[in-house]
Structures are given as structure tokens and as C-alpha cells.
Write a protein that binds this ligand. Structure first.
Ligand code: NAP
Length: 247
């Protein structure tokens, strides 16, 4: 059974009316980049909590979660309203297998995210393990509108630090956009434009693919990868793609 740690909000960095990053000061004892914790608030004698992936690398002082407000939800509107100094609860047991230590070696790592699913991949890209294990990492990040492309400064820093070992593929699906792709991930995978944009092939010999975000995207991309002879990775049956759905 996980216990609740009492954390304090350091900052609530709103990107817009429905997306924000909450920075939390709490004594969490170790976690692996790509994992999630449960975040909650008190509700009388109860706690309302949900899992949220961590955006910070394990070396960073504060925890960071990136999420969208679900208007009718019991928790996200309350988290969205928190301000510096407010209490927020954090479970003491980070969980999840969307981590570099769980994936087999391959020359290229593909990190495919929709929306707030970008969070765990930023933690992974900030940590050393990914650059020790893979020759190249590709971050493919799909959002509906350009303003929803969060963490662009951090991504620019990664581009500068890692040069041609890092490739960023922004996808904006609902408005004109230059410098990236314009169609949903399953489409750009099937029509070859993702490989054309990166100059890299996705296949069982040279790639491991990690996915996070929309469940339908994960289902459709998994099917596209299976059609290329790739299979889901399991500890006892190593494969070529890893997914996480916690919703
Ligand atoms: P969104 O903001 O609604 O959409 C983001 C992008 O995903 C848009 O480009 C959208 O394209 C595209 N998209 C939507 N449905 C799709 C589909 N069926 N196939 C392919 N692309 C699709 O955000 P979202 O990605 O749907 O939501 C993020 C989800 O990630 C949330 O449900 C959140 O709970 C989850 N999440 C999970 C984890 C985890 O499991 N560790 C971590 C963080 C977030 P259009 O503009 O064409 O709709």
C-alpha cells in the first residue's frame, strides 16, 4: 500500500486555459525517468488521486507533472487551481515500465507522444541512460494546435546538446504549420512521411518504439508496427514496442 507524502506547490506554470505544469516540492525517495506517481488532494477524510507521469529527471530537485484540465473531472480542475504554497499529496511508490531499463537495446529509439503523453519522454530525454543505450532518439509529438506544443525551450536545448543524435518531429493536426507534419501519427507512419521527415526507417532490426498518450493512437500505431513484423515488448518475450495506458 502506498503512503501519501505531503508536498507543496512551488509553481503552477499555465500554458493556456487547459494545460499546465505543476512544480512540486516533496521528499520522494528515488524514481526512474518515465515512471508515474499518484497525485492527489484531500477531500474531507478521503483523498482524490490519479496517476500522473513525471516530467522532471530523477536528479532534479522538484517533481513536475504536465496535464490538461478535464472540466467534469473530480481532480484536474482542483489541481489546475492550486497555487504556490498549497498542499498537494504524492504517493511514495513511483510505478510504471515506460523506462529505459525495461526496453531492449536497438540503434534507434522512437518516442511517440500525443498531447500530455509527452511528459514521461521529456524525463527520459533529460536522463543519461537513454543516450548511453541508443545511438539516436526520435521524439514525435502530436498536438492539435501549435500553441499546445509545450516544452519547446527544453526540446530546443535537447537539440543543441545532442545534435544529430536527437531528432524532433512536431505534428500539428488542426491548423497550418510549417517545420513538421500535419497528419495524425498512424497516418504519417503508414504513408511513410514520418520516415521521410527523419530519414530513418522504422523496422524490427533497428528500432524500439515507445508510445504514450491517446489509447486509440496506441492501438493504431501498434497495429501498424505489427504489420511491419514488430511485436509488443514483454519482459519474458522481448519485442520492438512498449506502451503505457493508465487511463
Ligand atoms: P489531445 O490534445 O486531444 O490530442 C493530441 C494529439 O493527438 C492531436 O494531434 C490529436 O489529433 C491526436 N489524436 C487524438 N486522437 C487520436 C487518435 N485516435 N489517433 C491518433 N492521433 C490522435 O490529447 P490526447 O493525446 O488525446 O490526450 C492525451 C492523453 O494522454 C490523455 O488521455 C492523458 O490521460 C494521456 N496520458 C497518458 C499518460 C500515461 O499513460 N503515462 C501520460 C500522460 C498523458 P486531432 O487534432 O486530429 O484530434
Amino acid at each position: 500500500m502506498a503512503n501519501w507524502l505531503a508536498g507543496k506547490v512551488v509553481d503552477n506554470r499555465r500554458l493556456n486555459d487547459y494545460l499546465t505544469s505543476l512544480i512540486i516540492d516533496v521528499d520522494l525517495n528515488g524514481y526512474e525517468a518515465g515512471q508515474f506517481v499518484r497525485i492527489g488532494v484531500r477531500d474531507g477524510d478521503d483523498v482524490i488521486a490519479r496517476p500522473y507521469s513525471l516530467v522532471n529527471s530523477p536528479e532534479e530537485k522538484h517533481l513536475e507533472v504536465y496535464f490538461n484540465i478535464v472540466e467534469e473531472g473530480p481532480l484536474s480542475p482542483r489541481l489546475f487551481a492550486l497555487q504556490a504554497g498549497d498542499e498537494v499529496l504524492v504517493s511514495d511508490r513511483p510505478s510504471g515500465f515506460l523506462t529505459i531499463s525495461e526496453v531492449p537495446e536497438a540503434p534507434h529509439l522512437w518516442l511517440i507522444a500525443t498531447g500530455t503523453g509527452i511528459g514521461p519522454f521529456l524525463a527520459i530525454l533529460k536522463s543519461d541512460a537513454v543516450w548511453q543505450k541508443f545511438a539516436k532518439a526520435v521524439l514525435c509529438y502530436s498536438v492539435s494546435y501549435t500553441e499546445e506544443l509545450a516544452y519547446r525551450d527544453l526540446i530546443a536545448e535537447l537539440e543543441q546538446t545532442h545534435g544529430d543524435r536527437f531528432c524532433f518531429v512536431p505534428i500539428v493536426t488542426r491548423e497550418e504549420f510549417t517545420g513538421g507534419l500535419r497528419h495524425r501519427v498512424p497516418t504519417v507512419m503508414q504513408n511513410g512521411s514520418l520516415e521521410q521527415f527523419t530519414g530513418l526507417a522504422i523496422n524490427a532490426e533497428n528500432s524500439h518504439v515507445m508510445m504514450c498518450g491517446s489509447s486509440e493512437m496506441i492501438t493504431d500505431v501498434s497495429a501498424a508496427l505489427e504489420a511491419r513484423g514488430m511485436q509488443k515488448h514483454r519482459r519474458r518475450d522481448p519485442g520492438h514496442f512498449t506502451t503505457e495506458k493508465y487511463h
